[in-house]
Design a protein around this ligand. Structure first.
Ligand code: PLP
Length: 370
């Protein structure tokens, strides 16, 4: 009998800190408001739910490996060519496929200090080296990204808007970044929150992708469409990138329920409009109310905000998180994003938002009293 030995993963794999999702639930005995994962408080479109249930009648069948109906529905909604779209098991999978297809050991991928954590994970998983660039005032600084580019740079990840900061990069700056990057560097624009942004100088990246060979935009059904549980993302990309992603993706990477619900969701414009309107009502209200308590809240264009506890004497983000959780308000710790003095709060339904404001006020009063 030979002794068994634990096989060794690629060294960079052991540098990865596994992604820790937002908590689902805080305490016991109180109603829970999950505001930790930027989910849609209105839920999915009723049409998407019905389409999902209908798939229960044919679960023995493999899905269409090309997700044709879903790509066609997305293409129709945005005026794109279906063959320039690839769908994934969440946009996280697409980011991982992009890294696997375009990064090798020795290559560098550039992203900013408070960028979405998945970029670091997929870069290291591909054996490549993350190059982390400072931000200015919680905002991407294009000049700093450009200064970090070396001959080894193969990919630049840009979350626009970024999670968890809520800031965005205006279209002229994205264009300047793209035009200043060396030829052959792939720019990945992760526009997970694009639908929520109400700024004249914002674009998700469709035009840039359409006119170039070296730029990809990723999108998700997890946020505005309220389908995070089904795992649906899509990328709009030039032909060469699409070809590479199809070669390495799983043959049935998007499941049948996801395809059916996704098609129904993207067609339901009214539900998307309702979701945006809800955010437009509550994002400024919640922001103003929390600022009025004395906590810093950076401007956000997404469906979430950062709350800065360092602006109130005696306040502490981790302590506040426990306090809020005990009252059923579950926010997201963002220490792993380099922001230990902050919590991220998703804009919830009216009840959740009011519960958050009440709990934050109570937390602050407790500080003054004590
Ligand atoms: C939520 C989020 C995604 C979406 O991930 P899915 O895998 O599609 O659920 C992608 N990028 C950012 C920045 C996000 O916050």
């Amino acid at each position: 009998m030979s002794q068994s030995t634990s096989p060794t993963p690629r060294p960079s794999v052991l540098e990865i800190a596994a992604y820790v999702p937002g908590r689902s639930s805080g305490g016991t005995g109180v109603k829970q408001h999950k505001l930790s994962s930027n989910e849609n408080p209105l839920g999915p479109s009723p049409a998407a739910r019905a389409a999902f249930l209908d798939v229960a009648n044919s679960l023995e069948l493999y899905p269409d490996g090309g997700a044709t109906l879903l790509r066609e529905a997305i293409a129709a909604a945005y005026g794109l060519k279906p063959e320039r779209i690839v769908c994934g098991n969440g946009s996280d999978e697409l980011l991982s496929l992009i890294a696997n297809a375009f990064l090798s050991p020795g290559d560098e991928a550039v992203f900013t200090e408070h960028a979405f954590l998945v970029y670091r994970i997929v870069t290291l998983a591909a054996g490549a080296t993350p190059v982390v660039v400072a931000e200015s005032d919680l905002t991407v600084d294009v000049d700093r990204i450009l200064a970090a580019v070396t001959p080894k740079t193969r990919v630049v990840f840009l979350a626009n808007p970024n999670n968890p900061t809520g800031s965005y990069t205006p279209v002229h700056e994205v264009r300047r970044l793209r035009e200043s990057l060396p030829p052959g560097v792939l720019l990945v624009i992760d526009a997970a929150y694009a639908e929520y942004v109400r700024k004249n100088d914002y674009e998700a990246g469709i035009e840039l992708v359409a006119t170039r060979e070296d730029t990809v935009m990723t999108r998700t059904f997890s946020k505005i469409h309220g389908l995070a549980g089904l795992r649906i993302g899509w990328a709009y990309a030039p032909a060469g990138v699409i070809d590479a992603l199809h070669r390495i993706r799983g043959p049935f990477n998007v499941n049948a329920a996801a395809i059916a619900a996704g098609v129904a969701a993207i067609k339901d414009r009214a539900h998307q409009d309702r979701s945006v309107a809800h955010n437009e009502t509550w994002l400024p209200r919640v922001t103003d109310a929390i600022r009025a308590l004395g906590f810093g809240v950076p401007d956000s264009v997404g469906n979430f905000i950062l709350i800065d506890f360092s602006t109130v004497p005696g306040a502490d983000a981790a302590e506040a998180d426990d306090f809020l959780c005990a009252r059923g308000v579950v926010m997201r710790r963002v220490a792993a994003y380099g922001l230990p003095q902050m919590l991220r709060m998703t804009i919830g339904d009216q009840e959740a938002n009011e519960a958050s404001l009440a709990a934050l006020a109570e937390y602050k009063d407790g500080l003054q009293g004590g």
